[in-house]
Structures are given as structure tokens and as C-alpha cells.
Write a protein that binds this ligand. Structure first.
Ligand code: T4K
Length: 400
């Protein structure tokens, strides 16, 4: 516990934690079960190419979400590339700038132009009221992103896409295990793309999946994932290699078996943060709609400098000095990253809410690797930094 400003590690005090506390520490699930599966895989000598574990993982994912097809991939980025290509998306695609760069790159990699749309004020999600302004004759699709697992405006985007004859997909990298209006994420739009990256609450080391109820699309996606093979010695499409390995699927299956326990931990952590950060001026926790199903995998805080007296960036520095490795997801926004920054140097003028949000957000450590005790300490540190904001800001000016 810090008593005076000099106790802060940024001023030379002892860090609150001797080991770094990361955002995105993987959840492991049942280690024995995982090793058993890996041993079985070694005994069977079947490592990839639509093996038994991949098929089982796909079936369990489909059951869990109530979606017809789950097509497992090496990662969500490749899954997104394959999905847009299989659906025939071309030209321009409207998507939010406030997302991980993978959403934009998956399009650009297919020589499709991402067109960045602002977030709706007070949300972290694409603003359906702005989407129509961005439609041009080259627009063929909209990609909504369920940022932090909280669903974006699915109904509004569906209405626009239907009325304007556009494809609609969702980047659901964060959203497995979450629901929208009582229905599990995975089955909205033409396809939804989920991620099982190590940092995701349900992981397969690296991995992702295309989820869809469209049989024809699922068929094309499956071929494209495997070089376009439609049968032995028969290739029908330009394909790539997006296949999930058996070891990844073994981890995915094991994670899926532990999903309830992982969510319970995430939820308890979220409530500990909610209590610990309540009533700190200018510190606003991103809240989940608890009437829906959530995975609670991200703890996101917005820092309002005018109320907190300290900027997000300085607060992140204070926390890093204490070994709390907070992250500025998603700073600075896709439109501020290359090549998009050079392509559209003035994009920020159309994205005022995104510009504001990217200056305020940070993500704090959670998951099964973080206990409630350290979370309470992190909240105390944030509280202390806000209380001492004037001294910290003065120090920052002096050392600049
Ligand atoms: N769409 C959205 C909206 C996404 O957020 C993402 C990925 C994608 C699409 C693409 O999905 P994938 O193609 O990856 O399946 C991390 C993840 O690498 C990335 O998957 C994730 N989003 C993004 C939000 O976070 P970085 O660049 O921040 O990763 P890195 O290496 O800095 O690690 C983050 C933190 O996790 C660090 O504090 C270290 C810790 N960590 C990481 C790994 C890999 C561990 O403790 N153990 C580990 O094994 O992107």
C-alpha cells in the first residue's frame, strides 16, 4: 500500500508487484486432460489436415453456439480473409477503425479497401447511423466488430445491409460465449469470425473459426482453407492453407470444457474491478449488459483526464512502473496505422469519437492468472494515482 507520492515506483519507490501482471495471460483449463489428448495424438500420428480433434472441436463449437457450421482455422485473421474471399466481397468494406489491426489487414491483404467508420458516441462500437454516409458505388460489405465481446448494433446493421444489398459479416474475435438479444453470437450476418488466440479467454494456442449458417459459403470456406481441394487430386478454387492443427484443437477442446469456470473467474474479476474502481473521478469501467451472456474477458477502463486530473498515457506509465502491464487497446485506431494513415491522412476528421476514445482507453489484467487480491491492489493504485494526479503530472512535465 502506498502512503505518499514518493512510494510510487515512477518516483523510485518499490514496485507494487515483483512479477509483471499481464493483460492476456492465457487460461490453461485442465492440464492433465490436455496432455492426455496430446499423447493420444502422438500415438495416433495424426497431426493436421482435418484430424479427429479438429472435427470434434468444430462440432462442439457448433453445438455451443447453435450455429450450423464452425470451420476451424489457424487464426482469426486467416479465417477473415478466407470468409470475405469465399463470400465474393470486393471493392470497399465499411468497418470500424476502433478495432485490432487484423480486421483491416485481412481486407487489405485481399486487395479490398477498408473504409473506416466512427464509433457511436458513448459506445465502443461502429455507429450504424454513420454507416450509410460511407457507402459508395464500390461498397460491397459491412463488417461489424463485437469489441470486448459486447455485441455491436447487429439489428441496425442487418437492416442497412439488407436494404442496400450488401454483405454483412462480424468480427467476433472477442465474442465467443456472448449473446445478442438472447441468441449466441456466431450466427449473425453471413458469417462471424471468432479467435482462439492465446490471449483470448478460450484459446487453442493460435486459432480461429468461421461460423456460418450458410451451407454454400461453409463449403467454399472449407475448400479454400485446404488449398481449394474439393476431393483427392481435384482443386476447384484458389485456396490457401488455413488449417487448424490437431494440437491446437486439443487445446481448444480442453479450453471449451473449462469454459464455465473461466467465465466465472472473469466475472468475479470484473465485479472486483467494478467495486474497486467505483467512485474514482474520471475512471469509467466499460460495463457489460448482464442480462445477456458475457465472457467478461476484457477489463476496459476509460480515463477522462478532465476529471481524473491524469492522462490515460501517464496512468499507464504509473501502472507499468508498478509492474501492472496495462495496454492501450485499441490505440491509435486502424486509421492511424500504416498503410491506412498514408492512404487517408485526414480520416481522423470523420472519426471524432474514435479519436477521443483511443486517447482514453486502457485494458487491465484479468483471467485465471490474476487473483482478486492483486485486482484490489491495482484498483488502489489507480485510486492513489488519481488522488496524487497533480504531483504526478508535475513530475511528468519536469522529466519531459
Ligand atoms: N479481430 C480482433 C478484434 C482482435 O482483437 C484480434 C486479435 C483479431 C481480429 C485477430 O485474431 P487472431 O488472428 O490473433 O486470432 C494480442 C493478440 O495477439 C491478438 O490476437 C488480439 N486480437 C489482440 C487484442 O491482442 P498484441 O499485439 O497486443 O499481443 P502481445 O504479444 O503484445 O500480447 C498481449 C499481452 O498478452 C502481453 O501482455 C503479453 C501477454 N501474453 C501474450 C501471449 C501471446 C502472455 O502472457 N502469454 C502469451 O502466450 O495482440
Amino acid at each position: 500500500m502506498k502512503a505518499k507520492s514518493e512510494d510510487l515506483a515512477i518516483f523510485g519507490g518499490t514496485p507494487a508487484f515483483s512479477e509483471p501482471l499481464h493483460v492476456g495471460r492465457p487460461n490453461i483449463g485442465n492440464r492433465e486432460r490436455l496432455l492426455e489428448r496430446i499423447n493420444n495424438m502422438l500415438d495416433r500420428r495424426w497431426f493436421t489436415n482435418n484430424g479427429r480433434y479438429v472435427q470434434e472441436f468444430e462440432q462442439k463449437l457448433a453445438e455451443f453456439t447453435g450455429v450450423k457450421h464452425a470451420i476451424a482455422m489457424t487464426n482469426a485473421t486467416v479465417a477473415q480473409e478466407i470468409a470475405v474471399r469465399a463470400a465474393g466481397v470486393k471493392g470497399e468494406v465499411i468497418m470500424p477503425s476502433f478495432t485490432f489491426i487484423a480486421t483491416a489487414h485481412a481486407l487489405q491483404w485481399q486487395e479490398i479497401t477498408p473504409v473506416f467508420c466512427d464509433v457511436a458516441p458513448g459506445t465502443h462500437h461502429i455507429d450504424p447511423n454513420r454507416v450509410e454516409d460511407m457507402i459508395t458505388p464500390r461498397t460491397t460489405a459491412i463488417i461489424g466488430v463485437h469489441v470486448w465481446g459486447a455485441p455491436c448494433a447487429v439489428d441496425e446493421l442487418t437492416e442497412i445491409a439488407n436494404r442496400r444489398g450488401l454483405h454483412l459479416m462480424f468480427d467476433a474475435a472477442h465474442a465467443i460465449g456472448c449473446s445478442y438479444r438472447g441468441k449466441m453470437i456466431g450466427g449473425f450476418g453471413e458469417a462471424e469470425i471468432v479467435s482462439f488466440h492465446a490471449t483470448k479467454f478460450l484459446n487453442s494456442f493460435e486459432g480461429g473459426a468461421v461460423m456460418t449458417n450458410d451451407d454454400a459459403l461453409a463449403n467454399r470456406v472449407r475448400y479454400m482453407r485446404n488449398f481449394g481441394f474439393a476431393g483427392v487430386d481435384q482443386v476447384d478454387y484458389v485456396g490457401t492453407n488455413g488449417k487448424m492443427t490437431e494440437v491446437a484443437a486439443a487445446m481448444g477442446l480442453t479450453s471449451l470444457e473449462s469454459i464455465d469456470e473461466i467465465i466465472a473467474v472473469n466475472k468475479a474479476n470484473y465485479h472486483a474491478y467494478k467495486t474497486g474502481l467505483a467512485r474514482i473521478p474520471g475512471i469509467n469501467l466499460f460495463t457489460y449488459d448482464e442480462a445477456e451472456r458475457n465472457n467478461f474477458q476484457y477489463i476496459i477502463v476509460e480515463v477522462d483526464e478532465s476529471e481524473a486530473g491524469i492522462s490515460r498515457d501517464l496512468l499507464v506509465k504509473v501502472l507499468h512502473a508498478e509492474n501492472v502491464l496495462a495496454r492501450r487497446y485499441f490505440y491509435p485506431g486502424c486509421h492511424q496505422m500504416e498503410p491506412y494513415k498514408s492512404y487517408y491522412p485526414h480520416a481522423g476528421l470523420l472519426l471524432p469519437e474514435t479519436e477521443k476514445l483511443t486517447q482514453r482507453v486502457m485494458s487491465l489484467p484479468t483471467g485465471t492468472a490474476v487473483d482478486i487480491g492483486p485486482i484490489e491492489q491495482i484498483c488502489d493504485l489507480v485510486h492513489f494515482a488519481v488522488d496524487r494526479s497533480q504531483e504526478i503530472m508535475a513530475y511528468a512535465k519536469q522529466s519531459a
